[in-house]
Design a protein around this ligand. Structure first.
Ligand code: NAP
Length: 273
């Protein structure tokens, strides 16, 4: 698995998402097994949030990393309504308890809310001093938000990015590349929806002996400084995603994707799910 530098450490370019995990107790065993298999296959960055299942996804993660904590780079997120100076500390402590761990490797502000950024950052810094988080970052920030934040300690910005949603290529992605701020691409395979059924992706996949999900991930990884975090429970899906970085797209493939999904020609509002 290829890795990239993120705030003083290295992380795999393909990690694992967890949205909707923990929502159905009947699927819990499969979710835990999928995350563990993913770690074994090199996707040892796990992304979660207090929001997912109102803590239920973090509990699944806690079970999945039991005995594996030191082999995993753990990312979680605080709700904006908990992101006051004091609230961020309390929320983090609840997350740590649910995941049965002492430390979160990367703690993100899920999106901007009512609290001034400086207040949230103070909370993050306090958590860092206490050893409860190793680093912090943001999510769903556009260029103006990052410029307002203007803090070199910010380790990443996690945003919606896939072949169908390319608005960030106009300004945010180049901004982050210029500032060496890794971009974490969420919903990288379009939530398993129509993107994967698109003829262009399927044709490219067939030529490479791959799947359209692997093409979608390999396409995102063409850009430097990008980490992808597909969520998968199906064992087949986990294996495919872990092997996606091996798919090498040609210029012809990239041209075909550009024709089907044109890059942005002007500034677009930041897309969010
Ligand atoms: N920061 C934010 O605001 C934000 C917002 C959205 C998401 N996220 C994070 O990003 C992660 C990924 O995004 P996402 O969950 O929205 O969508 P996604 O990863 O693009 O898609 C997940 C869906 O695709 C299916 N899938 C996975 N691998 C596949 C494969 N190889 N072939 C076919 N289908 C496949 C999954 O099915 P199975 O599960 O059945 O395998 C699931 O239904 C989230 O889980 C979350 O951690 C963050």
């Amino acid at each position: 698995m290829r890795s990239i530098e993120l705030a003083g450490t290295r992380v795999p370019v393909i990690g694992q998402g967890t949205w909707h995990m923990g929502e159905d107790t009947g699927r819990r065993r499969a979710e835990v097994a999928a995350l563990r298999e993913g770690v074994e296959r090199g996707m040892w960055l796990i992304d979660t949030a207090e929001m997912y299942g109102e803590g239920a996804a973090e509990k699944v993660v806690g079970e999945a990393i039991s005995g594996l904590r030191d082999s995993v780079f753990l990312v979680s997120k605080v709700y904006p309504h908990n992101a006051s100076r004091r609230g961020v500390v309390d929320a983090c402590e609840r997350s740590l308890k649910r995941m049965n761990t002492d430390v979160i490797d990367l703690y993100l502000l899920h999106w901007r809310g009512q609290y001034p950024l400086a207040e949230t950052v103070e909370g993050f810094e306090r958590l860092r001093e206490q050893g409860k988080i190793r680093r912090w970052g943001v999510s769903n920030f556009d260029v103006d938000d990052l410029e307002e934040l203007a803090n070199p300690a910010c380790a990443t910005n996690q945003v919606l990015y896939n072949a169908q949603t390319r608005g960030i290529e106009f300004d945010l992605l180049p901004w982050q590349q210029q500032h060496d701020l890794p971009l974490m691409a969420y919903s990288p395979i379009g939530q398993g929806g129509e993107l994967l059924g698109h003829r262009v992706l399927q044709d490219i996949a067939q030529r490479h002996g791959a799947t359209s999900a692997q093409v979608a991930l390999a396409w995102l990884l063409r850009e430097p400084g990008v980490i992808v975090i597909p969520k998968a429970v199906g064992s087949n899906h986990v294996r495919q995603n872990a092997e996606a970085a091996a798919v090498e797209l040609t210029q012809e493939d990239l041209d075909l994707i550009n024709s089907a999904f044109p890059p942005p020609g002007r500034k677009e509002p930041l897309a969010m799910i």
